[in-house]
Design a protein around this ligand. Structure first.
Ligand SMILES: [Zn+2]
Length: 135
């Protein structure tokens, strides 16, 4: 699957729909998404994601090296702790984690980077959105 511009249009539309839903439900949806619980097997899930990434930051390739300030973490792109599909979890060093957390909102297409590492996550997101959000 190749990156297509119409994915961005899809995402913009999704962002609008989500904004409306959040307005209509008084922020309940946003709150629900931010809260939630880590699954009981979260440590195993996090280890699997790090193993899959070869213990390197997906974004910049930093090797896991806490002593040098590059501690590998697992970031939820859509901030639902219980949403632990592979596409939603990115192995990022702490620095990239903070950067991405502050910058990337999966529901705001215009904010998405076109970085290569990100595309499989986006594809998974779009599939999930079609199946679960209905558009
Ligand atoms: Zn990094």
């Amino acid at each position: 699957m190749v990156w297509k511009d119409d994915m961005l249009d899809d995402l913009r539309e999704a962002a609008n729909q989500i904004d409306k839903a959040v307005e209509n439900h008084g922020g309940d949806m946003a709150r629900k998404m931010m809260e939630g619980e880590y699954p009981s097997d979260w440590p195993e899930i996090a280890k699997r994601i790090k193993d899959k990434a070869g213990w390197q930051c997906e974004r910049r390739g930093h090797t896991h090296d806490p002593e040098s300030g590059y501690c590998l973490t697992v970031h939820h792109l859509v901030p639902m702790k219980s949403l632990c599909e592979d596409w939603n979890l990115a192995a990022l060093c702490q620095r990239c984690h903070l950067h991405i957390q502050g910058k990337v909102n999966m529901f705001q297409g215009y904010m998405l980077p076109h970085s290569k590492w990100f595309i499989p996550h986006l594809e998974g997101f779009l599939e999930w959105r079609r199946e679960n959000v209905g558009f």
